[in-house]
Design a protein around this ligand. Structure first.
Ligand code: EPU
Length: 470
């Protein structure tokens, strides 16, 4: 197959083009048993940051197992705007970052992808200067002061001017300096930004209280494949010895643990035995442990394949989201969908992000009994959910509503597919292959219930009390 420039391809997983009055929706007829096997795509959040990481390399890179998603297209477009050549052939992306002609990320692209802020670290390390429009910081409600403070500790001058974050390294060589940095909170993005920046810095950087998420380790392994010297990968303390330059590589990213977890939830809610591969079992430990508490069995059929044997009933349990290896915030909504049908009541506490419980109102529209109190949701199990028109308010909320729709009686019509399409590759096709009755169609938006506008950002952040507000 011929390589295609990714900047012009915007074809996959997109809602059907429709006149203004039409809106793409998923129609899900619930209570259909699933069976068979599902293939798990490459991890969205690894792919995004590894793409950003190619900026570090002075030679071409080949990235394999890259899911075909809107967010990935957007990150590729950000790279293209810097003068980097990106082309896709199936799940392989060829990236040639040999020549970088621009150091300013374009406003319109960055404003649609919060993760594009993560190019600040590699761009600064490689070019000595980076300019990122800060709507990504302000409008998305995502504080990035941990990224900024860490870069400042490495000698960068960072300020906001005319709506843009300007970062530069003073001095003729434009090289960051290694530093000892203690993160107040193990932020995934800040760990990634600072690790990438440190790979090309002068001297050694020690990152304490680093995030231990598998996607952070995947990025570290990618950087090592480029020639970076990183120790302590996957632990709380990472040591990075800067090198003068990094070379090209051929790298395959890890499977998406959140996609895998979402399919496990789909199996549980439909009481279906399904298998999944490829997966890395230890990336799913917290999710599998909860499923077992809830009465399902998850069996390792081979080192990279799991089989779900669902329980007859779903047992209530409490969940608190935490940084890895705790229970992932990106699985909270899908597990809430399951617990709406549990025997008894469950408490779900979201500690990573604030305002990431907007699916509660939608689940209640389907007959769930969930009460909110701040960042806690008390889920009283009900005997059944009923299909309803619902709206996905962010990526994982939309995934949870798909799960709920699969378990509900009757038809669920899901709006807000732009969120789902950001992060799940061919979701409805994979579900149809398992036996789900689900289709993407367009409806006249006047026929849908009135809803307030929904923000693109995944969720507003919880500002931990030790961080500056506002
Ligand atoms: N935070 C700060 N200051 C900072 C950085 C983070 O206060 O400088 C706060 C955040 O606002 C949030 C918490 O710390 O309340 C955790 O944020 P973190 O930086 O760890 O998350 P992230 O890097 O922005 C990534 C994933 C998210 C995932 C989180 C947590 C990417 C592109 N995104 O976000 O994925 O939920 O880590 O695991 O990697 C998703 O896939 O749906 C998604 C939102």
């Amino acid at each position: 197959m011929e390589d295609k420039p990714i900047v012009t391809s915007n074809s996959v997983n997109q809602p059907t083009a429709s006149p203004e009055a039409e809106e793409a929706v998923l129609e899900i007829w619930g209570q259909q048993p699933l069976s068979g096997h599902v293939s798990i795509s490459g991890a969205k959040n690894s792919a995004l940051v590894v793409l950003a990481g190619t900026v570090l390399s002075s030679q071409p890179c080949r990235l394999r197992n890259i899911p075909n998603l809107m967010d990935i297209d957007r990150m590729a477009q950000v790279l293209s705007a810097l003068g980097i050549k990106v082309s896709r052939n199936g799940s392989t992306l060829d990236v040639d970052p040999s020549d970088i002609s621009h150091t300013r990320a374009p406003y319109d692209l960055v404003s649609r992808l919060r993760a594009s802020f993560f190019i600040i670290g590699p761009l600064l390390a490689r070019m000595g200067v980076a300019r990122i429009p800060c709507r990504v910081v302000v409008r998305s409600g995502a504080p990035v002061e941990l990224h900024v403070r860490g870069l400042q500790a490495m000698g960068a001058d960072v300020h906001i001017d005319h709506g843009t974050v300007h970062a530069s390294v003073p001095g003729p060589r434009g090289r960051l300096q290694g530093a000892k940095i203690h993160l107040d909170y193990p932020s995934v993005g800040a760990t990634e930004t600072l690790m990438m920046a440190a790979t090309l810095a002068d001297g050694e950087t020690i990152l304490e209280n680093a995030a231990q998420e598998p996607e952070v380790a995947d990025l570290a392994n990618f950087c090592r494949a480029l020639g970076a010297r990183i120790r302590g990968v996957g632990t709380k303390t990472m040591t990075i010895a800067g090198v003068p330059s990094l070379h090209g590589t051929d790298y395959g990213i890890i499977p998406d643990r959140i996609e895998a977890g979402t399919f496990l939830a789909a199996g549980v809610i439909t009481r279906s035995e399904i298998s999944l591969s490829p997966i890395i079992p230890e990336h799913l430990s917290a999710v599998v442990a909860k499923l077992q508490e809830m009465g399902s069995q998850v069996i390792a059929e081979s080192p990279n394949r799991l089989r779900l044997v669902p329980g007859h009933d779903i047992q209530a349990t409490d969940i608190q989201t935490l940084p890895h290896p705790g229970f992932p915030t990106d699985m909270q909504a899908q597990f809430m969908a399951l617990l709406t049908l549990a025997n008894g009541s469950s408490m779900i506490t979201e500690t990573v992000f604030e305002n990431r419980l907007r699916h509660v109102a939608e689940l209640n529209r389907m007959g769930a009994n969930v009460r909110l109190n701040g960042n806690c949701a008390l889920v009283q199990g009900v005997p059944m959910l009923s299909g309803a028109p619902v709206q996905g308010t962010d990526l994982r909320a939309a995934a949870a509503l798909v799960v709920a729709g699969l378990g509900a009686h009757g038809k669920t019509t899901l709006q807000g597919l732009q969120h789902l399409d950001r992060g799940y590759e061919r979701l409805e096709h994979k579900l149809i292959q398992l036996g789900a009755q689900i289709r993407r169609t367009t409806v006249n938006s006047q026929d849908l219930p009135d809803r307030p506008d929904v923000l693109e950002s995944a969720a507003a952040p919880a500002t931990p009390s030790f961080l500056p507000q506002g």
